[in-house]
Design a protein around this ligand. Sequence first.
Ligand code: SF4
Ligand code: MG
Length: 325
Amino acid sequence: MEDILTVENLKIHFPVMQGLIFKKPVATVKAVDGVSFSVKRGETLGVVGESGCGKSTTGLALMHMLQATSGRILFEGQDLAGYSRAQVKQFRRRVQMVYQDPYGSLNPRMKVKNIIGEPLEVHGLAKNRQQYDQRVAELLRMVGLLPDMAERYAHEFSGGQRQRIGIARALALEPSLIICDEPVSALDVSIQAQVINIFKSLQKRLGLTYVFIAHDLAVVRHISDRIAVMYLGRVVEIASRDDLYQNPRHPYTQALLSAVPEADVDAENKKQRIVLQGEIPSPLRVPSGCRFHTRCPSAMAQCKTQDPVMSEHGGGHAVACHLYA
Ligand code: SF4
Ligand code: MG
């Protein structure tokens, strides 16, 4: 399968301005600081990391809603930065986002049919009322909701139902790629699996590609084909899902995985929980050398000064850590 999306050494830095009248930059927030990965058509790439690691910022850049400071994002081989207006409009149909907060992202005063149908109107895809209503009913059915819910308001629904409405809206323009930014994090655990199953069945049916952002490895386990682990603006490890869970290499991935509850392991084989020291550092002050060295249980002398580069270890399993150089 060809790559639908390629990210090359993406950096998104924000200047911190100070001064009352003459503002000048006094520092730089390195929210995304050299991220590279690619996504194949029809697959799900899970992107995992603690809050502040740059995963949402990366997601916004993939949506063409934030400009890259440097590096490139290619969608179907074309650099987003070089898009004409017409290409941006086309892109807005092909790539959609599902947001974390199903309460905040839907207008509570809008009827469900207008929330879902609005993109159809904006892009002139419904010729008349009847076509519009039919398409809205079809989209509701696709996410497991009843067509007569179209006349109700978003605030009348539960979190899980609202997230289904958000997914239906994202599907309205028949996208090929959906960026899912923590789409189940705000939901009860019992509802999370249902929503993930909807994502999975839609992918099968419609051939969708997902970038699925989450803050823990438990959530992405059942949906991802491959997983990228991010720390402080970088991807530190990327591998197929099974490879990552069975053979995590980066000390940060090992720590994240040790926190994932295992259902089917006897007491003897239970893994030790690795508790990391301290908080994730501020992207205003990225540590020298390996940016994880301030918290890494395996840190060595060279880790303080040398920034490890990504190296491949077969089967597309790549890691940025001096232990594997
Ligand atoms: Fe830890 Fe060093 Fe590897 Fe960084 S390079 S993850 S500090 S062992
Ligand atoms: Mg976020």
